[in-house]
Design a protein around this ligand. Structure first.
Ligand code: GYE
Length: 367
């Protein structure tokens, strides 16, 4: 069976299939009706039953979100919740995986038992999904990935993916640093960089780490250390404190998200260091990703964060489009990418070039 056949078949099947009761109403109504019929010997509950069933004819989407670790994540969850509404004909079952793959696997198994129509999975890390995805396939429930990806021997185990090109994001950040330092006359060997990475094994971490690592090798920059801050502010701060104890020459802190950057800045300032783009004056440069956390955006406007490569969490509308296409038996694009910008308050770099493509820098500053 092709994908489209599996989905169409699944859709038709689910039209006929009875899902487990939604909030208990429809079985209770059916039960009451049967009871009345039995007691009074009267017919005539059919209409109410029909209405009760029509009422519950939503497309049910089980959404396994990986956690609530960052502002990006909260916006992402809200974006999904804002489109899969009853007005749009959906019932959304949301499960927060608390950054644990085992919780997400349990959520998916529950969705399968509930016979949901579609499963949306934002996987915490890439490896280890094959078995549960196979179970979803056996139950003929299409799985749509959002945000991060899964590393599987059989990529047909998921139907489509909506998210960002994290490697490109990393390359953009490194290209900005390269262009900025070149213009400021800072020699490659004078850059001493630490990378506060995201959750190890997550697609966003893998891509952003690779983008920087390759640029360090290419440009001869000194990459002092890569260490995970788990995409959180608390961990970002903790890790920065430990890096400051270990090295006295750090002048660039590459944070794989804004929450880590906020934590790192807290640690840097508490140690009496100034953050900013003036490396020659001893400032420590912070580079980051996301652009959704307001405090981080304010820091960018003040020049405390030198560059933020945007990662757009508002995936709800694109995801809705994918599921609407599947519902119609159409084949959605396998990979849908989000549009993303580069932000800075510093005007010395107008655009960055990655693989022959130019990406403009959007300037943001304090009014
Ligand atoms: O950048 C970070 C979040 O996977 C793109 O996860 C996502 C990343 C995002 O915790 O803030």
């Amino acid at each position: 069976m092709t994908f489209t056949e599996v989905y169409t078949d699944r859709k038709n099947r689910s039209r006929q299939a009875k899902r487990p009761p939604r909030r208990g109403t429809f079985t209770a109504a059916g039960f009451l009706c049967a009871l009345l019929l039995a007691l009074t010997g009267l017919g005539g509950c059919g209409k109410e039953e029909e209405e009760a069933e029509t009422d519950t004819d939503y497309t049910v989407v089980g959404f396994s979100q990986l956690g609530a670790e960052s502002d990006w994540r909260s916006s992402n969850t809200e974006s999904i919740q804002s489109v899969f509404t009853e007005e749009n004909g959906y019932e959304l079952i949301y499960e927060n995986g608390q950054q644990k793959q085992s919780n997400q696997i349990t959520a998916i198994r529950t969705f399968i038992q509930q016979e949901v129509d579609y499963i949306v999975l934002a996987p915490v890390t890439e490896v280890g999904w094959d078995t549960v995805l196979q179970e979803a396939r056996d139950a003929r429930i299409p799985v749509i990935l959002i945000d991060r990806r899964v590393d599987t021997g059989d990529s047909t185990l998921y139907t489509a993916w909506v998210g960002s090109n994290f490697y490109l994001e990393g390359c953009k950040a490194a290209a900005w640093l390269q262009s900025f330092t070149e213009k400021a006359g800072i020699a490659a060997e004078d850059l001493h960089i630490v990378n506060i990475q995201g959750t190890i094994g997550a697609t966003a971490q893998i891509g952003r780490t690779r983008g920087l690592r390759e640029a360090c090798e290419r440009n001869g920059w000194d990459l002092l250390e890569e260490i995970s801050g788990d995409f959180t502010q608390t961990k970002g701060k903790e890790v920065m404190e430990s890096l400051l104890r270990k090295y006295d020459n750090i002048n660039v802190v590459y944070c794989e998200n804004d929450n880590e950057a906020l934590g790192a800045i807290e640690a840097l300032e508490a140690a009496g260091l100034a953050v900013g783009s003036d490396l020659a004056a001893g400032e420590i440069m912070v580079i980051s990703f996301d652009g959704i956390n307001q405090a981080a955006v304010e820091y960018l406007k003040k020049g405390k964060i030198s560059c933020i490569v945007e990662c757009n969490p508002l995936q709800g509308p694109k995801l809705l489009e994918v599921i609407e296409q599947l519902k119609k038996g159409e084949t959605p694009p396998r990979y849908s990418y989000m549009e993303e910008k580069i932000f800075s308050a510093n005007r010395s770099v107008l655009d960055v070039e990655v693989d022959g493509n130019k990406y403009p820098v959007t300037f943001m500053w304090e009014e």
